[in-house]
Design a protein. Structure first.
Length: 477
């Protein structure tokens, strides 16, 4: 069987390992390569298809399966939000190492539960819907356009809620600039945790929000997300009535929609859990002399050894190359040269795909009349690259994370090398009406900073061009 890279995330072992243990209750054969703070998740291609077909069959056989799944994930979410609310109030300086470990253990169990909710609806069920739509006479392009509309979550993501709150404050600042400090502080108190993203992100400061508010207030316009959301919801219902007569197809679409919403929701929940435990991290830093980022490199078992046994953990090999292998309901952690040898032995090799044209998956078509988009590529690898983005450029990345969201409204389009139709880039770009292509393998090998590129947004194709032939005007709202 061929190993297929499904997910690429900047995520630390401390939070990803319990999540993977939860996934093991559903998917029993995967490999994660961890290097340079990046986790690459590999699944065997045949097993991915098998598991997604099993999900489709469950939906066919059990008319209440989706309702039960939705209730289950909502129950887990409530427990997690409750945990975060309670732990945020704790004075960890008054707690013993043993008590601090108990709080971490509870957090890891919640993350494990979140991991067990992972589904593969975006694979075979999505393909079944595409085939169904083409059999009704739609072209492949039109079928994909309809599919992207009917699977877009109706429930707004936390990303969308934060941007809507931010947009309201921008309007207030435009009317009264003297309010900027007060409004930035209010926004910080409510939303400063959203950029923490699995732990390797950061808490957004009052100063960061203030600068963003000033920049947005001085810009020519601000997107009206609420109006756009209403129009999107109306179009979605019209398309469902027109094309999805069969209840089974309606259920498949609903499952993909829920998966898309909850993939993003899980990510924010984990950020909130970590935010609530920052006081505990600070205590470990103070008592054990460990830096926050080094604590994140540990496994939960290693953290327990540090807190309960007073152990000292050597993480030198972890920073270079590690493998997390999930098999037979067990998760094995391998570091250093042994991990590298293991990856070679099982046949995981680095992908190198270079060509003149790259084809990905269209995740958002943007405005109805946008088919061909041209612009200058800007490679964004981390927050240090954000300042390179200018109005009307094209954002090119391995994947996007919550702290990329302010960039979405500045760019003509977004392209990611990884991800799928329910990834962060896909969901948020559809919410904001920004053209987006995901899963463009080989993208970062072909495209360099400043390259003139052309996107066929309907076909999902990207190619380099010698010069821009269309005026480089900012994307309209």
């Amino acid at each position: 069987m061929t190993w297929e890279k499904l997910v690429v995330l900047e995520v630390p072992p401390l939070t990803y390992i319990p999540f993977l243990k939860g996934m093991l209750t559903v998917y029993d054969d995967f490999v994660v390569i961890f290097k340079n703070r990046i986790c690459e998740y590999y699944n065997k291609e045949d097993l991915k298809i098998q598991e997604s077909r099993k999900l489709a069959e469950k939906i066919r056989q059990d008319g209440k399966f989706i309702d039960k799944y939705w209730q289950w994930v909502n129950d887990i979410s409530k427990m997690a939000w409750r945990f975060a609310d309670e732990k945020q109030r704790i004075d960890f300086t008054q707690k013993t190492d043993s008590e601090i470990w108990q709080y971490f253990e509870e957090m890891f169990e919640l993350i494990k539960e979140l991991g067990s909710t992972v589904t593969y609806a975006r694979f075979e069920p999505a393909n079944m819907l595409r085939r169904y739509l083409t059999e009704k006479g739609l072209s492949n392009v039109d079928a994909n356009r309809v599919l992207m509309n009917i699977i877009q979550p109706t429930t707004k993501s936390i990303a969308s809620k934060e941007r809507k709150s931010f947009s309201k404050k921008v309007s207030l600042v435009r009317k009264n600039p003297s309010l900027v400090k007060k409004l930035a502080y209010e926004h910080c108190c409510e939303w400063n945790w959203v950029g923490l993203d699995w732990g390797f992100g950061k808490v957004i400061s009052h100063e960061d929000f203030q600068k963003e508010l000033i920049d947005a207030a001085n810009a020519c316009s601000e997107q009206d997300l609420s109006t756009k959301s209403v129009k999107y919801a109306e179009e979605k219902e019209n398309l469902k009535r027109k094309y999805l007569e069969e209840p089974y197809m309606q259920n498949l679409a609903r499952m993909i929609e829920i998966e898309g919403f909850y993939r993003l929701e899980r990510r924010y929940i984990i950020s909130k859990l970590l935010y609530s435990m920052l006081g505990a991290f600070k205590e470990i830093e103070r008592k054990k002399g460990m830096l926050y980022n080094n604590i994140l490199l540990m496994t939960p078992d290693e953290l327990q050894q540090v807190l309960i046994e007073g152990a000292s953990i050597n993480l030198s090999e972890r920073t270079e190359y590690s493998v997390f292998h999930g098999h037979a309901k067990e998760l094995r952690v391998i570091d250093g040269t042994i991990a590298l040898d293991f990856a070679k032995e099982i046949g995981i090799i680095e992908e190198t795909i270079v060509g003149d044209v790259i084809e990905g998956t269209t995740a958002s078509v943007g405005l109805p009349d946008q088919k061909i988009i041209q612009g200058l590529a800007v490679i964004v690898k981390n927050k240090e690259d954000f300042s390179k983005i200018k109005e009307g450029t094209i954002l090119v990345a391995s994947e996007t994370t919550p702290d990329y969201i302010p960039l979405f409204k500045m760019v003509k389009a977004i392209i990611t090398e990884h991800g799928g139709i329910t990834s962060h880039a896909a969901i948020v770009s559809r919410e904001m009406g920004v053209p987006c292509i995901v899963a463009a393998k080989g993208l970062l090998s072909m495209v360099k900073d400043g390259d003139a590129i052309q996107l066929d947004i309907e076909e999902g194709k990207i190619k380099k061009i010698t010069s821009l032939q269309f005026p480089r005007e900012p994307r309209g709202d």
